[in-house]
Design a binder for this molecule. Structure first.
Ligand code: HEC
Length: 240
């Protein structure tokens, strides 16, 4: 084999995957812009997809990256064709959701990551997928307590506590409404309270907003909304 064909072969071996896996997807995905819902096409939602983030949520996302949450948590709901039912919100996934009603949401789309300087797709699933993490806890306080002490809920949790995002201080006057763990094993002691920093509050704003429940516009392949089911107790509709 001549040196020339070896070099050409090497070039092709590296250039083909680069073109197909990097250049081509970049070309088609880099210029995505928000899409307007279209009532005439059958969309029932108004406005644009994806919904925009507030400034607090955007700051929270930066903290999410800075703290390395994406090392252990993904934000990808795989499509049904990858097997089983796909990933759509599994009630028992992560064991913490027995009390929550199962809720199916759509798979994620490239549009879900619009406007993110770094997409939170994540590296691997050491912890539960957080694409719908906003549904996991009912209140802001529960998110804050999870950040301060994940082991309070699950003793076995390997989710790293983010105590540097909180401050323990002497209660002055009224205790703070935001204080976490005023009682129990993690309580800070008589006369003290643990309060979240602005960073912790922004991060929780971001986590609460992780709800992929805005429907995909029909023009992007979203499903037409199912007609509302008649109420179970309603008398049968007269035949037309
Ligand atoms: C070392 C890996 C790791 C890192 C880094 C990590 N987590 Fe976790 N996380 C886990 C594991 C494992 C669980 C499941 C155990 C549990 O419920 O505490 C979890 C659970 C959670 C849950 C509850 C999810 C549910 O469905 O019950 C939330 C919310 C969460 N993590 C947020 C975060 C945030 C925010 C960060 C960054 C500040 C973070 N995690 C960083 C491993 C990690």
């Amino acid at each position: 084999m001549s040196l020339k064909s070896l070099l050409l072969g090497l070039l092709a071996t590296f250039a083909a995957p680069w073109l197909l896996l990097i250049v081509r997807p970049y070309g088609s995905l880099a210029s995505l812009a928000p899409v307007a819902y279209n009532e005439e096409a059958g969309d029932e939602t108004k406005g644009f997809f994806p919904p925009t983030r507030s400034a607090d949520q955007a700051r929270g996302q930066q903290i999410y990256f800075a703290q390395g949450c994406a090392q252990c948590h993904t934000q990808v709901i795989r499509p049904q064709y990858v097997g089983g039912d796909g990933d759509e919100f599994k009630r028992n996934w992560g064991e913490a959701q027995e009390a929550l009603a199962p809720k199916r949401t759509r798979q994620t789309s490239p549009y879900d990551y619009l406007g993110e300087s770094f997409a939170a797709i994540g590296q691997r699933r050491n912890g539960p997928d957080l694409a719908n993490g906003g549904f996991r806890f009912a209140t802001r306080q529960q998110f804050l307590e999870h950040l301060y002490a994940p082991q309070a809920r699950h003793e076995w949790s390997s989710c790293p506590p983010q105590r540097h995002l909180f401050k323990t201080r002497v209660i002055q006057g009224q205790p703070s409404r935001m204080a976490v763990f005023s009682q129990g094993k993690y309580a800070p002691g008589e006369g003290l309270e643990i309060v979240p920093s602005t960073e912790a509050l922004d991060l929780v704003d971001y986590l609460l907003a992780l709800r992929r429940n805005a429907p995909l516009p029909i023009s992007l392949g979203g499903e037409k909304p199912a007609p509302a089911a008649p109420a179970a107790s309603a008398p049968a509709a007269p035949a037309k």
